[in-house]
Design a protein around this ligand. Structure first.
Ligand SMILES: *Cc1c(COP(=O)(O)O)cnc(C)c1O
Length: 217
């Protein structure tokens, strides 16, 4: 599907949810995609991208940044504490803040570096064993803790369980955000971004619908 098709679908979903045009940001998830495909999407004017791995982002994006103005890079994969500095140097936003140790490390590095990417707290809405994110019942406390560290928390992020209706998870995430006065909602992927927009997503993370299937994941 072409980039402009995705933009059309986002615009329609915004309109039918009664939301302002342009209120949803499209993050084109370029993980594992060959550089030629990423370049193609850059040449169509897309500037906001998502990557899962710091290492992969470090190999790909500094070069593209030299070539294309205004790139906005979002890290959307699990982040190890020992990669936090590199992540903060590379990214404009990190969507996967999910534990006190990582929050504290980022706070310390932000002091040192004099800057900090926008941060999203990942919530494990499905309470899945293998999945990152704070549990829903721990979210309020963790958000408060991050704010206490002066971190620029912009919103919440979730990845619903594959075998459940995503709407319930999007609604839960929106509810946690609202009661904590957070406006950012990073939710919705290729298969469900319209539902996410209906439930308030401000950032949708769309990979395969733009780039085609990932080949060697
Ligand atoms: C890969 C990935 C996406 C994009 O998934 P698609 O189904 O290809 O759109 C979105 N969010 C996260 C966290 C991902 O890892």
């Amino acid at each position: 599907m072409s980039l402009s098709d995705i933009h059309d679908r986002i615009a329609k979903a915004e309109a039918s949810a009664g939301r302002a045009a342009g209120s949803v940001r499209l993050i084109a998830v370029s993980k594992v995609q060959p550089n030629a495909r990423v370049r193609d999407v850059l040449e169509q004017g897309q500037r906001c991208f998502g990557e899962n791995r710091v290492q992969e982002a470090a190999g790909k994006w500094p070069g593209f940044r030299e070539e294309f103005e205004g790139i906005d890079l979002h890290l959307i994969g699990p982040l190890q504490t020992n990669k936090a500095r590199q992540a903060m140097e590379l990214a404009d936003a990190i969507h996967t803040i999910d534990r006190p140790k990582l929050a504290k490390t980022i706070a310390r590095l932000a002091q040192e570096m004099g800057r900090c990417p926008d941060l999203f707290i990942q919530v494990n809405t499905g309470e899945e064993e293998q999945k990152a994110g704070v549990l829903p019942r721990e979210a309020d406390g963790f958000i408060a803790e991050c704010r206490g560290l002066d971190l620029p928390v912009k919103g919440l992020m979730c990845i619903p369980p594959v075998d459940e209706a995503p709407s319930l998870h999007f609604a839960l995430l929106a509810k946690i955000a609202a009661r904590n006065d957070l406006t950012g909602l990073s939710m919705g992927m290729s298969g469900d971004f319209e539902q996410a927009i209906a439930l308030g997503a401000t950032h949708v993370r769309v990979g395969s619908a733009i780039f085609g299937e990932r080949v060697n994941e």
